[in-house]
Every structure is written in structure tokens, then in C-alpha cells.
Design a protein around this ligand. Structure first.
Ligand SMILES: Cc1cc2nc3c(=O)[nH]c(=O)nc-3n(C[C@H](O)[C@H](O)[C@H](O)COP(=O)(O)OP(=O)(O)OC[C@H]3O[C@@H](n4cnc5c(N)ncnc54)[C@H](O)[C@@H]3O)c2cc1C
Length: 375
């Protein structure tokens, strides 16, 4: 393997270089709510807060979608991190069914909001073993029993399930659009502005502060570092990806294989974006530093070549996400007036957006219309 780590390579394939950036916060501001973290979840919360007539300041330590939200696989998957039958077994059928239905509706809403941004192509879960194929069958049975769309699949990618209501998108593009729309709607957003101290009523940053009634920390990877109360319940891991130059069309829809550890999709311009192999890295991948590693990048390259893709690799990148032991996200008031959402266990594009909207109602002093995690 020829791969040698070069820091400048840590750029996701999603970045078209068109972002002109936002200012750093300097001085003191007041708002009803301060949102820490401008990924997909924080931005979803900001939009809901604006719809509810609240004043919002949003800050990000790096940039809009500078974390996992702009550096992920671009899958919009229904449900939670666990497969549906596991969710039913672990969380109960009613809860699993309600969450699955809400995530399906959220994918449809994302598509309706920006039809050109979301490709409603479904997804494939491909089994890498007989045991996994049996698990696909259990997932198929549970989904069918509750009336959700799923089909057995056999094709060039392998054998498993086709989930026709899943979708694919460019996660970075979506977040940047949401940030610009939030600015137009009156939110004040700042980049390169880490929250150094978060206290009830105040968020302190290197060159300023935000006085506010409530704070929302919407951070996936590293949540337990921002709010140490969550240490022991959230563990941060690094996930890595690579992408190639355009190649001939082979994958009409996103694929995840080997219990979701490996995943790839072909973008509309023919590029392949492929990620995974976290489990192969063992303990070394349970870190919050989000830089590609030699070991995992070589394994990803091997997987790419095993799939028969010869196109040159143009991008390599990493980002961090938070995991919980039961696969359920964190959504709670951690300090008086300070709420946290995050730790989506590797699958947060849809559930994070839903949770952001749900917690916004609570922060606005109202009951969410259809509470899933907060009552
Ligand atoms: C390689 C990879 C592939 C993935 N693939 C998928 C997929 O295909 N489908 C899917 O659903 N999920 C996927 N995920 C998971 C998904 O990307 C995340 O769950 C989701 O994007 C989390 O978004 P977020 O807005 O909650 O948090 P984040 O993206 O973590 O955003 C939090 C933001 O907070 C900022 N921040 C952190 N600390 C501070 C601080 N102290 N002060 C201010 N700002 C701070 C960060 O800079 C960051 O921009 C993947 C993740 C990775 C890394």
C-alpha cells in the first residue's frame, strides 16, 4: 500500500470549496438560546427555534458541518443505529415503530425541502456471511410485520435487503444551505468559536460570550469532552472514508455490508465514496482525533480494490462520532438550562435532525407535538 498520511488530504469529497466562511464571535451577545455545534442536528434545532420565534446565536469550534455532519457517508437511513428487529427486541415494538415512522417522514421532509439535494434511491443492506443473511431475514420479518417497505435483494452487490425508502445526499451541502437560510431568518452564527465554558445562562468563547436563557450542545463525537458529566455514557470513535475519481456506473444506491461496518455509495458524477473498517482498527479507533490513519486507510483501499474499482483515490478523511452502550442517542438536560443531544452511534443524519427539532420545542418552553425521546 502506498498511502502515506498527509494532513492536507483530510478533506471530504463533499467539499466543493465554495464556502466563504462565517466570522468568529467577538464581544458579548444576548439571545434566548445559544446552540453549540453547527452540524446537521444543531442547525435543525436552530431552524425550529426560529420557526417558534426565538432568538438564536449558534457557534462552532471549527466550521459549519466541520465535524461528522459534513464528513459522513451521505446515507439517509430510517430508524436508529440498531437494525429494526434489534430495536424492537431492545426498546419495545411501539417505541421502535414510532421512531422508524418518524425517521421515514423526516427523510421525505428533507427531500421535499430540497428535491435536488436528496436522491430517493433506497439503500442496500448486504450480508457478508450466512449468519448475517439470517439476521437480514429477521430484520425483513420485523419490518414487514409493522408495515414498513423492505424487499429481499440479490444482485451484483450480493444478497441481503433493499430498503426502498432510504436515500442519499451530500451532507455538507445541505448543512451549508441550512446555515445560510438560518442567517437570512435572523440567526447569528459564528465559526472558529469554541465554547470554552458552558454555564447556566452563559457560554464563554475565546473572544466573547453569549448570555442566554438556555444552551443546546449539539455535538456528536466528543460530546463527553464538552460536557464531562456524560463521560462513561458516551464514547467517541473515529470513522474514516476515502473517495475516488469518477468511474463507470456500478452502484445505483448506497450499500452497507458486514453489519454496517463497511459502506459505500457512487455519487452522481461517478465517484465512489467508501468508508468503514473501524472494527479492524480495534482500540486505536476509539479516539477523538479526526485524522485518517495509515492502518484503516490501507484497509479501505483494499476493500475498494476487492470491489473491482480501479479509479485513483482523490480524497481521504476522518471524523468522530459518539457511541452509547444501548445505541440510543443522548437527549437530556445535563446542567440547569443546558441541554445535550448527540451520540448517535454512527447513524445520525436523520435521527440527529429529528432530535434537534424535538429539543427546540423544549428549549422554547413548549411540548414537542410528537415527542419521541422527550416528553
Ligand atoms: C465517516 C463517517 C460516516 C458516517 N456515515 C453516516 C451515514 O452515512 N449516515 C448517517 O446517518 N450517519 C453517518 N455518520 C454519523 C453522522 O455523520 C453523525 O451522527 C451526524 O453527522 C452528527 O451530526 P451532529 O450535528 O449531531 O454533530 P457533529 O457533526 O459532531 O457537529 C457538531 C459540531 O460541533 C462543533 N463543536 C464541537 N465541540 C465544540 C465546542 N466546544 N464549541 C463549539 N463547537 C463545538 C464541531 O466542530 C462540529 O461542527 C457517519 C459519521 C462519520 C464520521
Amino acid at each position: 500500500m502506498l498511502y502515506r498520511y498527509a494532513k492536507e488530504m483530510n478533506t471530504p469529497v463533499w467539499d466543493d470549496g465554495q464556502w466563504s466562511g462565517l466570522p468568529q464571535l467577538e464581544g458579548a451577545l444576548e439571545a434566548e438560546v445559544c446552540v453549540v455545534g453547527l452540524g446537521g442536528s444543531g442547525l435543525a434545532a436552530i431552524h425550529q427555534l426560529l420557526r417558534l420565534g426565538r432568538t438564536v446565536v449558534g457557534i462552532d469550534a471549527a466550521a459549519v458541518a466541520g465535524g461528522a455532519a459534513g464528513r459522513n457517508g451521505g446515507f439517509l437511513l430510517a430508524g436508529l443505529a440498531r437494525f429494526y428487529h434489534q430495536s424492537v427486541a431492545e426498546q419495545g415494538r411501539e417505541f421502535a415503530r414510532r421512531v422508524y415512522q418518524a425517521t421515514l417522514e423526516e427523510i421525505a421532509r428533507m427531500k421535499a425541502e430540497a428535491p435536488q439535494e436528496v436522491r430517493a434511491v433506497g439503500s442496500l443492506r448486504i450480508a457478508a456471511s450466512g449468519e448475517e443473511l439470517a439476521d437480514c431475514e429477521a430484520q425483513w420479518r420485523a419490518l414487514r410485520a409493522d408495515g414498513f417497505a423492505v424487499e429481499p435483494y440479490q444482485g451484483p452487490e450480493g444478497e441481503g435487503l433493499l430498503l426502498p425508502d432510504d436515500a442519499a445526499f451530500n451532507p455538507l451541502k445541505r448543512c451549508r444551505r441550512l446555515a445560510l437560510q438560518a442567517l437570512q431568518a435572523g440567526a447569528r452564527l459564528f465559526e472558529h468559536t469554541p465554547a470554552l465554558r458552558i454555564r447556566p445562562g452563559e457560554v464563554e468563547t475565546p473572544r466573547g460570550r453569549v448570555r442566554c436563557q438556555r444552551v443546546l450542545v449539539a455535538v456528536d463525537g466528543g460530546l463527553e469532552r464538552v460536557l464531562p458529566e456524560l463521560e462513561g455514557r458516551v464514547r467517541t470513535a473515529r470513522l474514516q472514508m476515502l473517495a475516488t475519481a469518477p468511474t463507470e456506473a456500478r452502484f445505483p444506491r448506497p450499500v452497507y455490508r458486514r453489519w454496517g461496518y463497511d459502506y459505500w455509495q457512487q455519487l452522481p458524477d461517478g465517484r465512489i465514496a467508501l468508508g468503514g473498517m473501524r472494527d479492524a482498527g480495534g482500540e486505536a479507533e476509539w479516539i477523538w482525533q479526526a485524522e485518517p490513519s495509515q492502518d484503516i486507510q490501507c484497509r479501505l483501499e483494499q476493500l475498494l480494490r476487492q470491489l473491482g474499482i480501479r479509479a485513483p483515490i482523490t480524497h481521504r478523511w476522518a471524523a468522530s462520532v459518539g457511541y452509547t452502550p444501548d445505541g440510543l442517542p443522548i437527549a437530556e438536560e445535563v446542567r440547569p438550562g443546558v441541554w445535550a443531544i448527540g451520540a448517535y452511534s454512527g447513524t445520525g443524519n436523520v435521527i440527529g435532525a429529528l432530535l434537534g427539532q424535538e429539543v427546540a420545542w423544549v428549549l422554547a418552553g413548549a411540548r414537542p407535538p410528537r415527542p419521541l425521546f422527550l416528553s
